[in-house]
Design a protein around this ligand. Structure first.
Ligand code: NAD
Length: 352
C-alpha cells in the first residue's frame, strides 16, 4: 500500500489538502467528477507532479471506485467529494443525497471490500477518512459542541452530511473498518467557488456591487483558513484514533456583519476607490436564508490535545491575503462569473 485515494480534490479544501500531501512524495490518485464547483485549475500548480494522477469520474460509480482501489491499493481513502453549498440544497436536495450520502456509502463499501483482503498489518494501517462539517450539530445557541453531541442538522446539506457520518460510524461499529471523521468549521481562502460568503463578498465589492447580508447579519460562524483546515485533516489522518471524530475549529467566532466590516476595512486599504467613499456603504440587508442556523461553535479540544493540531493563520491576515489572491487571480474566477455563476442569489423558497 503506497498511495492515497482522494476524492473531490479539484474542489476548495481537497485541492489544498493535495498540495500538502504531495510534500510526502507518495502517489496520490484524485477522483473528481468536476461538477460546477470542481476545477482542474485549482490543481494547476501541481498537475505536472509525477506523483499525482487525476481521474475524472464519479464517486457514485461503484465499478470505477472499486477498480481504482484494486489497482492503486491505497493506504487511505479521503472523501472530500460533496455537494457543499447550503443554498443550493434549499433549491434541490437530490444531488446532495446522491453524492453526499449514496456516494459516501459506495466509497465505504468499496473500502471495506478491499480492507477485508488486506494482511493484518496493512489492515491495521488502512484509514477511511470522511470530511464532514460543524453544521451536522445544528445551531448552538450557547456554549460549544463536542464530538459526542447529538446531530441536529437543519438544512438538506447538513442532513446529507450527518447521514454520511452516521453511515461511516456504522461501518466502524459493524465491520471494524478503521474510519475517521473530521468536523471542520466555516472555511475561507483562495480557490473557493464564488457562491460562498467570503469570495462572493470580495468579488461583488471589487465590482462595486451591493454586499448582500442575510437577515440582520447576526448569525455567528467560526472561521478557519483552508490551509489550517487541510493540515487538520492530514494530522487526523496520521494520528487520529480509528472510530473517532475530531472537531477542527479555530475559536474565531464572528457574526456575518463583523466579517463584512472587516472585509470592507481591508478593501479600503488595498483597493481605495474614488467611486466609493466607504465599501460598507454597499451593504444591503436581504431576505434571510430559510432555516438559517444562528450560531456554530466547536469544542476542538480533542484535536488540540490528542493530535496537537491548532490553526496558525490569524483571521484578519488570512482574509487580507485571500482578498489579494482574488485580486491577482481573475483568470481563476472570471470564467465562472462571466458564465455559470454571475454572483446572484441562490436558495430562496419559491412563492406558493
Ligand atoms: P467544493 O464544492 O469546493 O468541492 C467539492 C468537490 O467535489 C468538487 O471538486 C466537485 O467536483 C467534487 N464532486 C462533487 N460531486 C462529486 C461526485 N459525485 N463524484 C466525484 N466528485 C464530486 O467543496 P469544499 O468546500 O472543498 O468542501 C469539501 C468537503 O469539506 C465537503 O465534504 C464539505 O462538506 C466539507 N466542508 C466544507 C466546509 C467549507 O466551509 N467549505 C467546511 C466544513 C466542511
Amino acid at each position: 500500500m503506497n498511495s492515497y485515494l482522494v476524492t473531490g480534490a479539484a474542489g476548495f479544501i481537497g485541492s489544498s489538502f493535495v498540495r500538502q500531501l504531495l510534500g510526502r512524495n507518495e502517489k496520490i490518485v484524485v477522483l473528481d467528477a468536476l461538477t460546477y464547483s470542481g476545477r482542474r485549475e485549482s490543481l494547476a500548480e501541481v498537475e505536472a507532479d509525477p506523483n499525482l494522477e487525476f481521474v475524472h469520474g464519479d464517486i457514485c460509480d461503484a465499478a470505477l471506485v472499486l477498480s481504482l482501489i484494486e489497482t492503486h491499493r491505497p493506504k487511505a481513502v479521503i472523501n472530500f467529494a460533496a455537494e457543499s453549498h447550503v443554498d443550493r440544497s434549499i433549491e434541490s436536495a437530490a444531488e446532495f443525497v446522491r453524492t453526499n450520502v449514496a456516494g459516501a456509502h459506495i466509497l465505504l463499501q468499496a473500502s471495506l471490500d478491499y480492507w477485508r483482503g488486506l494482511s493484518t498489518s496493512d489492515g491495521e494501517a488502512f484509514r477511511f477518512l470522511q470530511v464532514s462539517t460543524d453544521e451536522v450539530y445544528g445551531s448552538v445557541e450557547e456554549g460549544e459542541t463536542h464530538e459526542g453531541a447529538p446531530f441536529n442538522p437543519s438544512s438538506p446539506y447538513s442532513a446529507s452530511k450527518a447521514s454520511a457520518d452516521m453511515m461511516t460510524r456504522a461501518y466502524y461499529h459493524t465491520h471494524g473498518l478503521p474510519v475517521l471523521i473530521t468536523h471542520g468549521c466555516n472555511t475561507y481562502g483562495p480557490r473557493q467557488f464564488p457562491e460562498k460568503f467570503i469570495p462572493l463578498l470580495i468579488l461583488r465589492a471589487l465590482s462595486k456591487m451591493s454586499l448582500p447580508i442575510y437577515g440582520r447579519g447576526t448569525n455567528v460562524r467560526e472561521w478557519v483558513h483552508v490551509e489550517d483546515h487541510a493540515e487538520g485533516i492530514l494530522t487526523t489522518l496520521d494520528q487520529g484514533m480509528p472510530g473517532k471524530a475530531y472537531n477542527l475549529g479555530s475559536r474565531h467566532r464572528v457574526s456575518n456583519l463583523e466579517v463584512v466590516s472587516e472585509l470592507c476595512s481591508i478593501l479600503r486599504e488595498l483597493v481605495p476607490s474614488s467611486a466609493i467613499e466607504d465599501y460598507s456603504d454597499l451593504i444591503e440587508y436581504v431576505e434571510d436564508r430559510p432555516g438559517h442556523d444562528l450560531r456554530y461553535a466547536l469544542d476542538s479540544s480533542r484535536a488540540n490535545k490528542d493530535l496537537g493540531w491548532r490553526p496558525h493563520i490569524e483571521f484578519q491576515q488570512g482574509l487580507a491575503a485571500t482578498i489579494e489572491w482574488y485580486i491577482a487571480n481573475s483568470k481563476w474566477w472570471q470564467p465562472i462569473t462571466d458564465g455559470q455563476y454571475p454572483l446572484g442569489r441562490i436558495g430562496l423558497l419559491e412563492e406558493a
